[in-house]
Design a protein around this ligand. Structure first.
Ligand SMILES: Cc1cc2nc3c(=O)[nH]c(=O)nc-3n(C[C@H](O)[C@H](O)[C@H](O)COP(=O)(O)OP(=O)(O)OC[C@H]3O[C@@H](n4cnc5c(N)ncnc54)[C@H](O)[C@@H]3O)c2cc1C
Length: 396
């Protein structure tokens, strides 16, 4: 164990979800651990997550819920630290939670509960968390790493980079972790905003403007990745879980396909309706299955008028296609300003999937969102933060 006051066994840069989990794990192994963060408070993203109630895991999380250039990388860590393990940690601390959607666990009271668990664990494991400390430079020395920080020079045997992604810069996000990776010869895959609302071209934005605030369940897909969840129209564009999920697979210029009535057999319904109630209109059909405001505006957008008896089979087929595969080309996304995650990052091909350490440098670790592993919406990103934090904490 290290002895000098400025010398630690493990220094972790980033007091977020992954960094704190790693700190407690390494601390319990008897390692002298210091967590450094330039922000004024730890775990800011935990506090703002899940609408302030932190969707801290997903009981159904599998590697299929993650995007990465190296899809197998996350398997080992996720298998060794499971959603159930994190639930047990919450239980040990008496945190109350609820399953808001299948598998998605949220704090019943406040996201503060999750942060308090992590900080308490760090305290019990004697891991020190030092805020408002910026790291200016990292260099390698014989025994490990030397950090030039705003609190002076610090050294450590193992360095863990847990600086997160680029989303929400106002919460302290920086690209510093990527800089360290590049400094030590690692590849950083191009980054982009994920789990982020779409912006629309002016014409469609104007047409949808009256619908701001309306939400409806849809099946949305981009590049064959389907998500059956609610979509929300906002004054800026399209949001809601379905759009956020799809955004992670979307690249500029791509189309997004939206089935507005995923629970209906639209063509069959309309043909039957024309036969049974020839005077009924498309507007009436839409009103039955979509929120009224949405039905009305979508009907106007498409210019559908008159009773169904005036529709030919080809018209009905066309209407069914428009409703079942409404295709839009987003102008872009809201970007890192509102994105929940950052796609891309430190290339995992250079890291050990067991320990999260750089293969060529077994005492340099990258964990959490800074690496090229990004989860779907629904608690998967925190599960990755916990699992990768524990994997590194068991080794650092
Ligand atoms: C609005 C929002 C809601 C979300 N909701 C959920 C949810 O409900 N469920 C879910 O699973 N995921 C959610 N996420 C995603 C989740 O918050 C992240 O995936 C997770 O926090 C990543 O953990 P991390 O430890 O890697 O990074 P972070 O939690 O971002 O922590 C990184 C830390 O590093 C520090 N740091 C950065 N640069 C430096 C530097 N140069 N020097 C020192 N310190 C530095 C930062 O200040 C920060 O404290 C949400 C994200 C957002 C933005």
């Amino acid at each position: 164990m290290a002895t000098s006051s400025n010398t630690y066994d493990v220094i972790i840069i980033g007091a977020g979800a992954a960094g704190l989990m790693c700190a407690a794990t390494a601390g319990y192994r008897g390692r002298r651990v210091l967590v450094l963060d330039h922000a004024n408070k730890p775990g800011k993203k935990i506090l703002m997550s899940g609408g302030g109630r932190c969707n801290f895991t997903n009981l159904n999380s599998t590697p299929a819920n993650f995007l990465s250039g190296n899809p197998h990388y996350c398997i080992s860590a996720l298998k060794r630290y499971t959603p159930q393990d994190f639930v047990e940690l919450m239980d040990r601390h008496g945190v109350e939670y609820e399953e808001k959607a299948p598998g998605q666990l949220f704090c019943r009271d406040s996201a503060k509960d999750v942060l308090n668990v992590l900080l308490t664990e760090c305290e019990w494991a004697c891991a020190e968390v030092r805020m408002e400390t910026s790291v200016n430079k990292v260099t390698e020395n014989e025994d490990g790493y030397r950090l030039a920080t705003s609190a002076g020079e610090l050294t450590c045997e193992s360095l863990v980079v847990a600086t997160g992604g680029l989303s929400i810069p106002t919460m302290g996000a920086t690209g510093f972790g990527y800089d360290i990776a590049r400094q030590f010869g690692l590849e950083v895959l191009p980054t982009r905003a994920g789990l982020v609302p779409f912006t629309l071209h002016p014409e469609l934005k104007q047409q949808l403007a009256p619908l701001s605030g309306v939400s409806c369940p849809v099946d949305a897909h981009c590049h064959e990745h389907h998500f059956r969840e609610p979509m929300l129209v906002t004054h800026r564009g399209l949001s809601g879980p379905a759009m956020l999920q799809v955004s992670s697979y979307w690249q500029p210029g791509d189309e997004v396909h939206i089935n507005l009535l995923p629970a209906q057999k639209i063509q069959e319904d309309l043909l039957a309706l024309r036969k049974d109630k020839p005077q009924s209109t498309l507007a009436q059909y839409l009103n039955q299955h979509l929120p009224k405001r949405f039905a009305q505006a979508f009907n106007e957008l498409q210019g559908w008028q008159g009773p169904l008896q005036e529709c030919r089979n080809a018209d009905i087929e066309q209407v069914a296609h428009t409703l079942g595969d409404w295709t839009i080309k987003p102008a872009g996304t809201e970007g890192y300003r509102t994105a929940e995650v950052t796609l891309g990052g430190v290339d995992t091909r250079q890291l050990s999937s067991k320990t999260m350490a750089v293969k060529e440098r077994p005492n340099l670790f990258f964990i959490g969102e800074v690496v090229d592993v990004t989860g779907h919406l629904g608690g998967h990103n925190f599960q990755w933060a916990w699992a990768s934090g524990v994997a590194a904490g068991n080794e650092a």
